[in-house]
Write a protein that binds this ligand. Structure first.
Ligand code: HEC
Ligand code: HEC
Ligand code: HEC
Ligand code: HEC
Ligand code: HEC
Ligand code: HEC
Ligand code: HEC
Length: 388
């Protein structure tokens, strides 16, 4: 779904030039959100970086051998299932025949065995493609990729969980396409775009700076975040003292870097601002780091409010609103209670629990058939527009 990809690369590169020039300063000061291409360009590991060789990766099964409970809980997360080969897509298996009508175009997405094909008919004829990859664990939905010769295409229709059916893929124009092939899907142009999709949804799709989707490990796996782990695993087995240092642990990052770390895929504040995704209305509610860093609560750039303060990346998303209260109460006093140096933020005059239900509300952007949580923590006043 294209809306989750940075646009306006040119602008980004312009910004990149400026930021790179200040990089030495930025690194010294820290506490500044950077565009992901800058982080990826720095020495050392960063998510979506494709520099390491394939032999440096060891695979999640190996990690699970020593980090059993982490691996077991991680298996149930959406990130672990961010992509599947079509033959492994549960959603396709459960919906063996999906149809959709858009003006003159009739769509049929048919699954049989481990093959799925997308076919479009109109009075002008028919076109079809064998689908290769299903993107998305399915909280919102699933989008399909196929290949024609060397070119990659994104299906013009996606499956949406909320309606249990097909609709136009977000980011694609909703007006009737002029051709059958245009109705089938959108060519990924420039080809680097497709590398970015795999970079955020799979593990080790690029190694030695060479993009090789056939060898991509489906889903965001241990090494997509922690970097290649063969050395760490080997050294641990050999009982070497340096073994702990041979794997990237994001816990050592400062709070801003931590948010940028998740932002490598969820989009950093700079990724959003630098690609013109402000002022676009509710669509940018998907970019949690951007929204969070706009909050008054974030001004102290405090580790008590980085992504991992609320989300354990190794566990499924917690949907129970009151479990987040403890995070707010790290800084906000309760009514009638005295402030302390550590808890100096004001009390709520309205309520004492379920803080996120009012201050982190859910929005459903147009055509997405799914709600997202606004990470811009704020007082929501009825009648006031969504601040974008
Ligand atoms: C042979 C056993 C073994 C294997 C295989 C292994 N680890 Fe570890 N790992 C350990 C031990 C032991 C520690 C230190 C104790 C701890 O922090 O849990 C550790 C520590 C870590 C840390 C924390 C490092 C720090 O800075 O404190 C991370 C992150 C990590 N491992 C990730 C991984 C990943 C990812 C994989 C797979 C690529 C992996 N490990 C494979 C045994 C192993
Ligand atoms: C390598 C890319 C990547 C990185 C790094 C990454 N994410 Fe994700 N994350 C994704 C993708 C892709 C999805 C969408 C998965 C899906 O639903 O298909 C996702 C989904 C999520 C979700 C939603 C889960 C759900 O059940 O809907 C949460 C929460 C999340 N990520 C938190 C984090 C946090 C916290 C970090 C940083 C510690 C992080 N992510 C880092 C790629 C990444
Ligand atoms: C910059 C990283 C990035 C790129 C590039 C990217 N995605 Fe995503 N994608 C994410 C993250 C993070 C999420 C989860 C948050 C959200 O839905 O916005 C996500 C969510 C999705 C979802 C919804 C998943 C669900 O469970 O409902 C689909 C479908 C999807 N992406 C498909 C694609 C496709 C197809 C491409 C390339 C054509 C692509 N994405 C490129 C990071 C990325
Ligand atoms: C989405 C990114 C992401 C993925 C995927 C991921 N981790 Fe982590 N991991 C983190 C972050 C962030 C931390 C630091 C947590 C903190 O600061 O509290 C961490 C910390 C760790 C640690 C240090 C001890 C701890 O629990 O804090 C170990 C060990 C570890 N991860 C192992 C794994 C293994 C094994 C996998 C695969 C099953 C995995 N991780 C997948 C982001 C990730
Ligand atoms: C103060 C707590 C808090 C912090 C900090 C936080 N989140 Fe969330 N996040 C939530 C809550 C609450 C939900 C909604 C849970 C539910 O489904 O009810 C959520 C949901 C999500 C989702 C699922 C899609 C959606 O929008 O509902 C993603 C992805 C996500 N967060 C990513 C992140 C990332 C990345 C960061 C760091 C920039 C982050 N979150 C920081 C509380 C937080
Ligand atoms: C790291 C500390 C910290 C955490 C954690 C934190 N806040 Fe805040 N919050 C602040 C500070 C500081 C302010 C600014 C107070 C001021 O302007 O006097 C603030 C302001 C606010 C405001 C007023 C915003 C406005 O626009 O006037 C609300 C509402 C709020 N926080 C709610 C929450 C909720 C709900 C949570 C948990 C989901 C939370 N905060 C977590 C520190 C924090
Ligand atoms: C039922 C909805 C609701 C819930 C639940 C709720 N709040 Fe509020 N909160 C509000 C409203 C409305 C305001 C604005 C009050 C006003 O200015 O008239 C507010 C104001 C605030 C402020 C600004 C206070 C100031 O003096 O500037 C903070 C901080 C805050 N809430 C934090 C929290 C925290 C922390 C929680 C959870 C313990 C919480 N809220 C739960 C609705 C809620």
């Amino acid at each position: 779904m294209r809306v989750c990809r940075p646009r306006g690369l040119l602008l980004l590169f312009a910004l990149l030039a400026v930021v790179s020039a200040r990089l030495a300063i930025a690194q010294a000061i820290s506490g500044i959100s950077l565009p992901t291409p800058v982080r990826v360009g720095n020495p050392g590991w960063w998510p979506t970086k494709g520099e390491a060789a394939r032999e440096e990766y060891v695979g999640a099964t190996e990690c699970a051998g020593c980090h059993g409970s982490t691996a077991a809980s991680y298996r149930n997360t959406a990130m672990a299932h961010a992509v599947a080969h079509v033959g492994d897509s549960e959603s396709l298996r459960q919906h063996a025949q999906l149809t959709f009508q858009d003006g003159p175009f009739h769509y049929l997405l048919e699954t049989s065995g481990d093959k799925s094909g997308l076919r479009v008919n109109s009075e002008a004829g028919a076109v079809s493609a064998d689908l290769l990859w299903a993107f998305g664990a399915g909280r919102m939905g699933q989008t399909y990729l196929y290949q024609q010769k060397e070119d990659w295409f994104e299906s013009r229709v996606s499956f949406f969980s909320e309606v249990q059916g097909l609709d136009i893929t977000p980011g694609h124009v909703r007006s009737i396409p002029g051709s059958l092939s245009g109705a089938l899907g959108l060519k990924q142009d420039p080809p680097t775009e497709i590398r970015r999709c795999f970079g955020c949804h799979t593990t080790a799709s690029a190694t030695d700076n060479h993009f090789d989707p056939a060898d991509a490990v489906p889903g965001v796996n241990c090494e997509a975040c922690h970097g290649p782990g063969a050395l760490h695993a080997r050294a641990m087995k050999a009982g070497e003292a340096s073994a702990k240092q041979l794997i990237f642990n994001p816990a050592h990052l400062d709070p801003v870097e931590q948010v940028d770390f998740c932002g490598a895929c969820h989009r950093t504040w700079q990724d959003v601002v630098g690609t013109g995704l402000t002022g676009v209305g509710m669509l940018n509610v998907r970019f949690a780091p951007y929204r969070l860093e706009n909050s008054k609560c974030w001004r102290q750039q405090d580790g008590r409010l980085s992504c991992v303060a609320c989300h354990n990346p190794h566990k499924p998303l917690v949907r129970d609103a009151n479990t987040y209260d403890a995070v707010c109460e790290q800084c906000h006093v309760a009514r009638g209670m005295k402030k302390t140096a550590a808890r100096a933020a004001p009390a709520c005059p309205v309520a004492t629990k379920n803080c996120v239900s009012c201050h982190m509300q859910k929005y459903t952007p147009p055509n997405l058939h799914s709600s997202f949580t606004d990470h811009w923590i704020r007082i929501v006043r009825s009648g006031k527009p969504y601040p974008d």
